[in-house]
Design a protein around this ligand. Structure first.
Ligand code: GUN
Ligand code: ZN
Length: 429
């Protein structure tokens, strides 16, 4: 008989979107969650689950919060070793720090070392799923999927395609990008918990021919996700205008080549024109907010409030290593601060929703991850709301759960992640 585990604590699930109803009303707190066969089989009160399942192993987490593992909707695992590199804005940052590091990923041993390092670090921070850019090298994709497969993690990744404005050694061609992406997709997509995303880096590093080839590939595999970058910095947008004089705007450089669609993920999306906002909404594309990256690289302030109001599908992401942290808690704090700078602070429930259900929705995976409900995969974290003396003293004065949880969002790190469960198995940190 399958092993059953009953986790007792404050089990946090979302019953709706805190952007559509009063934030606290989108959340339900239960006493216990039952895990069976890698899945959540019940969420209910502790006594009844205990008496219905006397064979279950019980783990009591007291006042700790049990919730879905974080879903990081946009990362670059190959940038792990150059995170927090000083003083450059986007294009200089790519040329100075990013490309030289990405050059190393043709070596399968190095790719595997960093993939495992990255997955270890992010697991310790409570992230159980991520959508990652790899590098130009197929080896970098193989290494990441193999490492995730070994850990039984649900991840999305793809070969980052570039055929111009990148150094020799980091460029392919339209045809090679197509062929290698297709071969990787055929090898990995749908195997265990792995999904492939077609990944043109961004318009400045692809010729129109390469964008067209990527669009053709996506048309053949429309169920796959496609990830790229959009309107991150004003200098970048001006450059796109020079490189693609025929197009209406940045989004049009994707749209024109079949790279705009409902399974598309557009990272950053800060400086959008009205047409771009409307088109993204019309096709139900996903926007990925990367707040620590946007402040770290000096990109700008994402319009969470306005875009949510207009009905956009939005996820939250670290954007490691443009982002300055592996932690989704730190990322939520940065999203809060950007909201404050725009005069629209986000509620703790909205921040937690964005980093779980919201991101899972952008990956079209909200039917299996990102929430605590019967039938979902058991990717769970246990949050200690008093993980440091500074947080504990603030939490001790809290009048309700939201006031208790907010100091952990603002000041917490991997010490706040008491336990991580992936596919129903506890991961030892
Ligand atoms: N735009 C194109 N490539 C990248 C990248 O690696 N990081 C960020 N933040 N923006 C990009
Ligand atoms: Zn990125």
């Amino acid at each position: 008989m399958a092993q059953k585990t009953l986790l007792n604590g404050r089990v946090l699930s979302f019953t709706g979107s805190p952007f559509e109803v009063e934030p606290t009303e989108a959340v339900k707190i239960s006493e216990a969650v039952l895990i069976e066969d890698g899945h959540i089989s019940a969420v209910a009160d502790a006594d009844s689950l205990r008496s219905d399942h006397p064979d279950a192993k019980v783990v009591d987490h007291g006042q700790n919060v049990i919730m879905a593992g974080f879903v990081d909707a946009h990362v670059h695992y190959p940038q792990t070793a150059m995170i927090a590199s000083w003083g450059k804005r986007l294009i200089d940052w790519l040329n100075t720090y990013t490309f030289p590091e990405e050059m190393k990923f043709g070596d399968p041993a190095y790719a595997s070392e960093i993939a495992n390092l990255y997955l270890g670090l992010t697991t310790a921070h409570g992230t159980t799923t991520m959508c990652s850019f790899c590098t130009i090298h197929p080896e970098s994709v193989d290494a990441f999927f193999a490492a995730a497969q070994q850990r039984n993690q649900r991840v999305v990744a793809g070969k980052t395609c570039m055929d111009r404005n990148a150094p020799e050694g980091l460029r392919d061609t339209a045809q090679r990008a197509y062929d290698q992406s297709q071969a990787l997709l055929e090898n990995w997509h749908g195997i265990d918990r792995l999904s492939y995303a077609i990944t043109p880096r961004f318009s400045p590093t692809s010729t129109p021919e390469q964008l067209e080839a990527m669009g053709a590939l996506w048309a053949e595999y429309p169920h796959c996700l496609m990830q790229t970058h959009l309107s991150e910095q004003t200098d970048e947008i001006a450059w796109v205008r020079e490189l693609f004089p025929e197009t209406r705007d940045y989004l049009d450089t994707y749209e024109k080549f079949g790279l705009l669609g409902s399974n598309g993920l557009y990272g950053h999306a800060i400086h959008l024109e009205a047409r771009e906002r409307d088109r993204l909404r019309e096709v139900d594309a996903a926007l990925i907010h990367c707040p620590t990256s946007n402040t770290f690289i000096g990109s700008g302030l994402f319009d969470m409030n306005g875009l949510m109001r207009d009905g956009h599908r939005i996820g939250l992401a670290t954007d490691t290593g443009g982002g300055s942290s592996f932690s989704m808690l730190r990322t939520m704090a940065a999203a809060y601060e950007i909201g404050q700078l725009r005069g629209t602070p986000l509620h703790a429930a909205q921040l937690l929703w964005l980093s779980t259900v919201g991101s899972a929705r952008t990956l079209r995976m909200d039917d299996c991850i990102g929430n605590v409900a019967p039938g979902m995969e058991a990717d769970l974290i246990v949050l200690d709301l008093a993980s440091t003396p500074a947080i504990a003293q603030r939490e001790a004065c809290a009048d309700d759960l939201w006031e208790a949880i907010f100091p952990t969002i603002m000041m917490g790190d991997d010490r706040a992640i008491a336990e991580v469960w992936i596919a129903g198995q506890r991961v030892s940190n």
